[in-house]
Design a protein around this ligand. Structure first.
Ligand code: S3P
Length: 432
């Protein structure tokens, strides 16, 4: 999907409040779409992600033979019952690393030759991390200088026991989807527990897998069966508004039907450490995913300081840009380390966070694997270079709410990758 370049002007706010129900989680929507498209039968989803990334996954699965019907209220997917149709065109994954890495695992065990392409940003992202293990299982993957375009020649696979060198839920999922289809038990080990939506979703679609501390195993081959599900609201989208609320002493924001999977909810701990008031209500489980209501308000005395390192940095990787962006407004600053992966996301998010913080007048120190943002600083409005990266555009729109003067976000259209409603909802909750 190509979206015209846009700029968005953000005026400072006096407060942030309101009550929101957010579109479905991007990570869960990708998985539900892939598994439903691969399963037997017709699955029905409500609150499916509205982001362009998940539309890329749906389009790829359609090109592989699944039937997709999207209405305003529901997304219906009829699956291929375990056997995809070889696509005659390259599969376009758009901006979505999740689509490319996870679908590769599905296709590695399918007969045929598949080509996967992506936009300029995705074509720079490392794909060796999936080529190695899939090749060890018996598929043949050809990359272009370590990146997309990539071609997969599917083959009957052999199970493996693999520890990805970098913590990655996408790589774990890729291997579980390959393992689902091959004889024997595939085990993925991880030192840091990455988001576990694939494990929960595979079980919801009827697969058996075994989990223990530090590993997950799947014994193949197994088949999947259609489900009906409501996708929980996206906590990584909520993160922008939660951080906005944390900046204003009179704020009060409520999110209902929000995904609160413990492998995704680390931000609530970080905001609590910073002094924000967080209340979680009405917790329930839907298809093994925790869902609930969250209320966020700011401490009258302002935010304190915190450090995000080690496993927490890996688990909070998508939330780090917005945490860096609010760092100047804390009293003691925000320190981020062990987050080298930020450099190979949709953009080099460390470099762009540093550049844009400096453009707004902040002092910041850059490290190879993170950044130090001292607290007690005031920022001024500036022109922000989002680098076409949705999370950078949204993070600096949040920083702009407390700046002196207006801020222009360049490449604001990129928000639609995960959260097309972002700027409208920001206007709704920001009191000016
Ligand atoms: C995702 C995993 C993370 C994350 C991405 C979504 C997923 O990527 O940054 O936005 O849905 O599995 P990695 O697996 O590369 O860490």
């Amino acid at each position: 999907m190509s979206i015209a370049a846009q700029e968005h002007l953000i005026r400072p706010a006096r407060n942030v409040y309101g009550s929101l129900r957010l579109p479905g989680d991007k990570s869960i929507s990708h998985r539900y779409a892939m598994l439903a498209a691969f399963a037997e039968g017709e699955s029905h989803f409500t609150n499916f992600s509205t982001g362009a990334d998940c539309a890329s996954t749906l389009a790829c699965m359609q090109a592989l033979g699944a039937k997709v019907n999207r209405t305003a209220d529901a997304t219906e997917i009829t699956g291929v019952a375990g056997r995809v149709t070889p696509a005659d065109q390259p599969l376009d994954c758009g901006n979505s690393g999740s689509t490319m890495r996870m679908i590769s695992g599905l296709l590695a065990a399918q007969p045929g030759r598949f080509t996967l392409i992506g936009d300029e940003s995705l074509s720079r992202r490392p794909m060796e991390r999936i080529r190695k293990p899939l090749q060890a299982m018996g598929a043949r993957l050809t990359l272009t200088d370590g990146h997309a375009p990539l071609t997969i020649e599917g083959a009957p696979l052999t199970a493996i026991d693999f520890t990805p060198p970098v913590a990655s839920a996408q790589v774990k999922t890729c291997l579980l989807l390959a393992g689902l289809q091959c004889e024997g038990t595939t085990t993925v080990r991880e030192a840091v527990r990455t988001r576990d939506h694939s494990e929960l979703a595979l079980r919801a679609f009827g697969a058996n897998l075994t989990r223990s501390i530090g590993s997950v195993s799947i014994a193949g081959p197994q088949s999947l069966h259609a489900i009906d599900a409501a996708v929980p609201g996206d906590i990584s989208s909520a993160a922008f508004f939660m951080c906005a609320a944390a900046l204003f002493p009179e704020s009060n924001l409520v999110f209902d039907h929000l995904g609160l999977n413990p492998t995704r909810a680390g931000l609530l701990d970080v905001l609590t450490a910073l002094g924000a008031h967080i209340a979680v209500l009405n917790l329930e489980e839907r298809n093994a995913e925790l869902v609930g209501t969250v209320r966020v308000s700011a401490p009258p005395e302002g935010l304190r300081s915190t450090a995000i390192t080690g496993a927490l940095a890996a688990q909070l990787i998508d939330e780090l840009p917005v945490l860096a962006a609010i760092g100047p407004y804390t009293s003691g600053g925000i320190r981020i380390r062990d987050a080298r992966e930020l450099r190979v996301k949709e953009s080099d998010r460390i470099a762009l966070a540093v550049k844009n913080l400096r453009a707004m007048g902040a002092e910041v120190e850059e490290f190879d694997d993170g950044l130090d943002v001292p607290g007690g600083q005031s920022l001024h409005g500036a022109t922000i270079d989002s680098g076409g990266d949705h999370r950078i555009a949204m993070a600096f729109a949040v920083a702009a709410l407390r700046a002196q003067g207006d801020t222009l976000i360049r490449g604001a259209e990129s928000a639609a990758i995960s959260f097309p409603e972002f700027f409208d909802l920001l206007d709704l909750i920001a009191d000016r």
